[in-house]
Design a protein around this ligand. Structure first.
Ligand code: IPE
Ligand code: IPE
Ligand code: MG
Length: 251
């Protein structure tokens, strides 16, 4: 629980902080276009927003933060933009991990990393190893991630672990152990910036019961107050998980 800042403070409220926040960081290109700048500048500014949001989420007690950085479909972008994004990813892995480590953040990359070049793959491994023992915020970066890929991989992993079983033994609880982030709480709150209201193949299994929060704010403009606003909205929701409102209120 935190009683904090901004809106929340004005209302003197106790706040239920989501254990796990997932964010589709969208709008970098439009942020740049509005300023007649190349799209890449929007991605660079987006990295600053990532730093603000990671720090703030750690401060307010979020346990897991999952950021969608590059989807399995983003390879369809012009090669020049893809190359710039790969360069930025590598630079972030080289320059930002020590700060994350100092702040007790555990970094994990989810997605099919085999598509990245060797240098990126090596830095992913180094970054994960360097922060593996940290017990603060778990920061999951989804890179070359797709929810459909995740589910297919989960089935394959289940089969590998259970070579003697046929698929009739596969059920929800068995499969849920093999999807990405299985060991973390499921996302409670999904935030998407940039005004679009879609999932774009993000965590389709894990977000079955997440609360969705859409904002027109473009990702490079997203800041601490934006997180507080989303958490505030989350606190207005009644999560029913299939039950009736009366049932939920009585427990
Ligand atoms: C999100 O911003 C970043 C990535 C998908 C890598 P976009 O690049 O999608 O920005 P818009 O949607 O074109 O404004
Ligand atoms: C989703 O954004 C992926 C990331 C934020 C990394 P996109 O901008 O790629 O999504 P669409 O194409 O508009 O659905
Ligand atoms: Mg976009």
């Amino acid at each position: 629980m935190y009683s904090g800042f901004g809106l929340l403070k004005q209302q003197n409220q106790q706040v239920n902080v989501p254990k796990h926040i997932a964010i589709i960081m969208d709008g970098n290109g439009r942020w740049a276009k509005k300023r007649l700048l190349p799209r890449f500048i929007g991605h660079q500014k987006g990295l600053n927003a990532v730093k603000r949001v990671v720090t703030h989420c750690a401060e307010i007690g979020v346990e897991s933060l999952t950021l969608f950085a590059f989807s399995t479909e983003n390879w369809r972008r012009p090669p020049e933009e893809v190359n710039k994004l790969m360069g930025l990813f590598l630079k972030a892995l080289q320059r930002e991990v020590s700060k994350l480590d100092d702040n007790n953040v555990k970094l994990q990359i989810i997605g099919d990393r085999s598509a990245f070049n060797d240098e990126i793959q090596t830095h992913i491994e180094l970054a994960e190893a360097q922060t593996a023992d940290n017990d603060g915020l778990v920061l999951n970066i989804a890179a070359n991630y797709g929810g459909r890929w995740d589910m297919v991989e989960a089935v394959k992993r289940w089969q590998l672990a259970n070579p003697d079983l046929d698929v009739s033994h596969l059920d929800e609880s068995a499969l849920s152990k093999y999807v990405c982030l299985a060991e973390q709480a499921e996302p409670d709150l999904l935030i998407r910036t940039g005004g679009e209201e879609r999932i774009s193949n993000f965590l389709i299994w894990q977000m079955a019961y997440a609360e969705f929060y859409f904002t027109d704010t473009l990702w490079p403009d997203f800041n601490e107050k934006s997180i507080d606003d989303a958490v505030h909205s989350f606190n207005q929701r009644e999560r029913r998980f299939g039950q009736t409102g009366d049932q939920v209120k009585s427990c």
